[in-house]
Design a protein around this ligand. Structure first.
Ligand code: 9MR
Length: 747
């Protein structure tokens, strides 16, 4: 029987689909039923049940007695095979179902009946005893004659009974237009503005002439009035908009609202307090991402779980992980680290930039005029290490650093000193799945230059930051960084395979001159040595304009080096020019923000919102914040603060992209264990979790079925199935951590 199901198509396969729009269903095509005998009037043929499930016809329905004690949903299935799906055609999948006793969840899928069991559509409703009808539409991302309708019933400790009737998969239906509920047309930062900071909002309206606005405090009293500024049609949303500037108001409090054009915004605070909370919550996110250790319920109520990927069945464990067959003949202990995202993979490339940005949050706090390192000091993050006299943020980052160090190829082996690109499951797994329940084989993927330089950069940065607390660790990190640097110089073009996207993401990067630059910068900042200085001064990256519209991320890492050279004390010749380049980058982002009616420092070419656009916007804000740290000029500080408004609700969808922050916020981020949307017994993402946000390429089938033809800011849906618009990751939350900390410092 089918043992494995996957909720994800391979990323590479999807990227191809993403670039070409799906063909629309032919106009006037007939609706055709794909399921045979979905009414069970004459028995149950051609339906089948997996071993252990007793299924049969009962009162014109199919009823199944499901055994208790199975681990996964797919350990007990009732299904129908050999269905043909046509790529780009829309289907309506419907059924009625009961579950007894009440509260059981069925995972209903339309997917591939053979390995790798991709799912094209899935839902997991909670069943009642009296029964409900369910109906969904989706668009097939593939052509296949081997599709299956499956009702996955496993995972319950106790036996239960499932009955289903009127199962239908109707092809050729019209796609259902998806209309997001965007609430009031006055768009504000739903979390809050700083009393002494800028205060801007956006009004969506057909009006072309200026309109009056009113700011009301928590008691409903009008405390300020003014006029909107018509801004015309905003290219990132297609909306006609006005902007509102109420920055002259300097009071503070909670429950403010803004009214214009007959609409009243969601409530917001004028207060810095929420940012003190966000500073901590965004950093606390990392503890619940830890691999290799049980998450303590007393530290994170609702999030306690057994250790993931230790050598306890059904995990195969990360204690002795082999390479893929034929790629090496050793195994590595790569336990620990943070899970990358909603998957169970651990990737050195993305782990590196994430660690850098978490560490740089702390490093900025040590050096910047408004920084205060105690805010992230010992006993601030409620982690097991709290109370050990080491700043909690360093303890947290060390969890990942220790993992990164373990990914280095040992001395004596081929490519010694290089770092393996990643370690993850052999195949994609389905949702939900606790880390401790993952039965997949884990594998190391080949070393790459990019991964090696991520290791060199972060280990070198760690060497200077941890030295006051743990000299031995600092020495070990620096030695590993030097070894990695030398290995990368010896193997400068070992690139990750862009097609290596099965069971985990590929994180391919075909340009590594920026990683070389970043690593050289960190090694220079830590050691002051001539070789690194010379490398920096002769690198073309050192003088290149690296602050483009999209910004920096796991693949574009030069900014990490440049920002650190500009802010961490050092004696590199020509530092003025280095700092000037950051300020020029900030000027460009400030110009973008000023021209943007939603006030964000992001206007990607062709209005193509990138995967993880939320964090690109935050990273551009980091450049603005750094320009403020360097110059003290209020315009950069205000630009950085204003960028936060977009993330927290001043946007076309009128939603905050941070869980738990704002009246309406993303709360269904794609995750195998914060999967409340699929299983009410699991938690949702913890407060302070950033969603990836609008992504024009909508690579996942769920988003494709809802958002076809979407424009910029609208390419987003807060659904757990939308892994291309609504995942969470360690690198995105790092940008949030860094910006939340900056904003809190301005309060
Ligand atoms: O964040 C990554 C994005 O920039 C890439 O375009 C995308 C495809 O390669 O992959 C994203 O990273 C995912 C990773 O591959 C696997 N874990 C989840 C990550 C976030 O979706």
């Amino acid at each position: 029987m089918n043992r494995r199901r996957t909720a994800l198509l391979t990323l590479t396969g999807l990227l191809a689909t993403a670039l070409t729009a799906l063909p629309a269903a032919p106009a006037g095509a007939d609706e055709v039923e794909q399921v045979r005998n979905g009414t069970f009037d004459n028995g149950t043929d051609p339906w089948w049940a997996s071993e252990g499930v007793t299924a049969g016809a009962s009162d014109g329905r199919l009823c199944a007695d499901v055994p208790g004690g199975t681990a996964n949903r797919w350990d007990a299935i009732v299904g129908h095979n050999d269905i043909t799906l046509v790529e780009g055609e829309t289907y309506r999948f419907s059924f009625t179902a009961t579950g007894s006793p009440a509260g059981h969840v069925v995972r209903a899928i339309v997917g591939l009946q053979v390995d790798p069991y991709d799912t094209y559509h899935e839902v997991s409703p909670q069943l009642s005893v009296s029964g409900d009808s369910y109906s969904y539409t989706f668009t097939s991302p593939v052509d296949t004659a081997q599709a299956q309708v499956g009702f996955q019933l496993g995972g319950s400790p106790d036996p239960w009974r499932f009955c289903v009737d009127d199962v239908s998969l109707l092809g050729g239906v019209a796609p259902e237009p998806y209309e997001p509920d965007t609430g009031p047309r006055v768009r504000v930062n739903q979390v809050g503005y700083l009393p002494a900071g800028p205060k801007n909002a956006t009004l969506v309206t057909d009006a072309t002439k200026k309109l009056p606005w009113q700011l009301k405090d928590g008691r409903g009293r009008v405390v300020r009035t003014g006029w909107t500024v018509p801004r015309g049609v905003d290219g990132s949303s297609g909306q006609n908009v006005h902007s509102v500037d109420f920055g002259s108001y300097r009071g503070h409090g909670t429950g403010f609202t803004l009214t214009a054009d007959g609409e009243t915004s969601h409530p917001f605070d004028i207060d810095a307090k929420a940012y003190e909370r966000l500073r901590l919550d965004s950093a606390k996110y990392y503890y619940t991402q830890r691999s290799g250790v049980a998450i303590r319920e007393d530290l994170r109520p609702g999030y306690g779980r057994p250790a993931g990927h230790v050598d306890v069945a059904p995990n195969q464990g990360d204690g002795a992980v082999p390479c893929r067959p034929g790629e090496c003949d050793y195994t590595l202990d790569v336990t620990g680290g943070w899970y990358d995202a909603g998957d169970h993979g651990k990737y050195v490339v993305n782990g590196g930039i994430s660690t850098w940005e978490v560490l740089s949050t702390y490093e900025r706090a040590r050096h910047a005029r408004t920084g205060n390192a105690h805010k992230l000091g010992d006993r601030t993050l409620d982690i097991p290490e709290s109370g050990n006299k080491v700043p909690d943020i360093l303890d947290e980052a060390r969890w990942e650093l220790e993992f990164l160090l373990k990914m280095q190829v040992p001395a004596g082996e081929p490519l010694a000193g290089m770092a393996h690109h990643k370690i993850h499951d052999e195949q994609w797994t389905g949702l939900p799945l606790l880390p401790s329940d993952d039965p997949q084989k884990r594998e190391l993927h080949p070393p790459t230059t990019a991964a090696t330089l991520n290791l060199a950069a972060t280990a070198a940065q760690a060497a200077r930051l941890y030295r006051p607390y743990d000299k031995k660790f600092a020495d070990r990190a620096l030695a590993a960084a030097r070894t990695a640097w030398a290995a990368a110089l010896a193997h400068p073009d070992l690139l990750a395979d862009p097609d290596d996207g099965i069971g985990g993401g590929a994180y391919p990067d075909d340009t590594v001159s920026d990683e070389f630059y970043w690593a050289a910068a960190e090694l220079y900042l830590t050691t002051g040595e001539r070789a690194f200085k010379e490398y920096l001064l002769t690198s073309p990256v050192h003088t290149a304009d690296i602050f483009g519209p999209i910004g920096f991320d796991w693949a574009r890492t030069a900014a990490a080096g440049r920002l650190d050279l500009a802010t961490v004390p050092n004696k590199l010749p020509g530092l003025d020019q280095v700092r000037r380049s950051v300020i020029e980058g900030a000027d460009a982002y400030l110009a973008t923000l000023t021209a943007h009616p939603y006030g964000m420092p992001y206007a990607p070419q062709g209005n193509l919102y990138d995967w993880g656009s939320s964090h690109q916007i935050l990273n551009n804000a980091v450049v603005l914040a750094t320009a403020y740290d360097l110059t003290g000029a209020a315009k950069y500080r205000d630009g950085a603060l204003q960028s936060m408004d977009y993330i927290l609700g001043r946007n076309a969808l009128n939603m905050s992209y941070v869980t738990g922050y704002g009246e309406v916020h993303a709360k269904n981020q794609h995750s195998r264990w914060y999967a409340r949307q699929l299983d009410p017994n699991l938690p949702g993402p913890p407060p302070g979790t950033l969603s990836g946000g609008p992504n024009s390429s909508i690579q996942d089938p769920f988003a494709q079925s809802k958002l076809q033809g979407c424009l910029g800011q609208f390419c987003f849906i807060d659904d757990i199935q939308s892994w291309s618009t609504n995942e969470h990751t360690i690198n995105w939350n790092a940008a949030l951590t860094r910006m939340a900390s900056f904003v809190a410092d301005q309060g």
